[in-house]
Every structure is written in C-alpha cells, then in structure tokens.
Design a protein. Structure first.
Length: 239
C-alpha cells in the first residue's frame, strides 16, 4: 500500500505539475491582489489528475490530512477535501465522522478551506452529512460570519438536506444573505434554491421567489430559476 503521508502525496502531485496550466488556474481562481483567492499557488493539475493521485491515499490519518491541508499548493488542499469526503461517505464509524467534521471546522478556522471548489467538493458530504440528523445552529453562526468561506460552507452544506427532501434551512439561510456583498454567496444560494426546485418542491421554490423576488440579487435569482422554461424565467425576471 502507498505510504499514506502528506509528504508522499504532495510529492506525487508535484510530479505532475504543469506551469502553463498553473498560470491559467491562478487567473481562473482569482488569485490576484484583493481577489478572493489572493496568493493561492497552483501546481497545474486538473481535478481528474488530482483524483487519480488521491485514489492511492484512501486511508490517510486525520493527523496526516491536517498536515496535507497546510500545503501552499491548492491541489494538495483539494486532495485533502476529496479524501475527507471519500472517507466520510465510506465509513459507518460515527467517531471517525465526528473527527472529520471537527477537522473540517478547524481547517475553515485556519484558512485552509479557502476557495469555492474546495467547499463545493466537500461541504455537502462532510458538513451536511454530519448535521443531517443533528442540531444545525452552527450553520446560522457561520452564515453571519465575516469570512466568505464560512458563509459558503453553510449554504453548500445544505445540499445534503435538500437531497433528503429538507428545504427549510436553505430558505432561512438564503434570506439571511439577500444583502450579501459577494457574488460567490449569490451563486451558492441560487444553486441550492435551484436544487430545492428540482429535488424537493418547485411550489416551495416559487413561494420563496414570490416572497423575496424584489430583494434577491439577480445572480441568485437567475441561478434559482435556471431549470424553469423560458417564458416562466422571463416573467419572473421582469418583476
């Protein structure tokens, strides 16, 4: 079995580095001064390439995952999220699930989960999965955070609830970010609302839109109604 250490995984990622792709990723993930991904460093691996490497590290320990998350390389932090997600999904051990959830919170607190792809890869399984049958008040603390990534994790974590037919929390959280300044929050909320319409109840989604259409950021609204037919979309957008 592959040596399940952070150092070994990072070495394998670095062996596949691509300088040109790295430059493109740094532009795509907004790593310039003042942008949301400021200072992030990329090796230049595609997501499928990172997943291929991660396949050999299924049994990495919590301590090694925490070491991996401290890497300067974005792909190493993405690998951390992928492994945590895979471990959470694969286990029935509640103690391990709790450890993975607590690690996730530490990584948010320490700024290691610091871009939208890291959150979108992992929050539905690790955050939503842990909170599915538990108290969810922590999400209402996160949604009021000044930290963009705590807010996005609170929203995207709701996908697990939505998959299980539960829409109450995403409606409440979305109302709390109607005045949010960041488009990454508008996009995340709109995405989750769209999933409510597809997986839970289109009628509930329409009710939420009817109530909030005048206050919803246009990006949030457009994402939420993407699956509506053209005539219905245009009618809503004209309100």
């Amino acid at each position: 079995m592959t040596n399940q250490t952070a150092a070994n995984l990072i070495e394998m990622l670095a062996a596949n580095a691509d300088q040109e792709r790295s430059k493109n990723f740094q532009r795509f993930f907004k790593t310039g001064p003042g942008q949301y991904g400021e200072g992030d460093v990329f090796l230049g691996l595609t997501v499928p390439m990172t997943r291929d490497v991660v396949n050999d590290f299924k049994h990495m320990s919590i301590s090694e995952l925490e070491k991996l998350s401290k890497s300067e390389f974005h792909e190493a932090r993405l690998a951390t999220m992928i492994i945590m997600t895979n471990q959470f999904r694969a286990t029935s051990d509640e103690k391990l699930k709790e450890e993975l959830f607590k690690l996730y919170v530490r990584l948010l607190e320490n700024g290691r989960v610091n871009n939208w792809d890291l959150i979108d890869t992992s929050a539905p399984s690790v955050i939503g999965g842990w909170l599915l049958d538990r108290d969810r008040s922590v999400l209402y603390e996160w949604i009021r955070s000044d930290d963009l990534w705590f807010r996005r994790a609170a929203i995207v974590g709701c996908l697990q609830f939505i998959v299980h037919g539960q829409s109450e929390d995403i409606f409440k959280l979305s109302e709390l970010v109607l005045n949010d300044k960041h488009d990454l929050i508008h996009k995340a909320s709109g995405w989750m609302l769209r999933e409510v319409g597809k997986r839970c109840s289109r009628q509930e989604l329409v009710g939420f839109i009817d109530k909030n259409v005048k206050r919803m950021p246009r990006t949030m609204l457009r994402y939420a109604i993407e699956h509506f037919d053209e005539a219905d979309r245009q009618e809503i957008l004209k309100r």
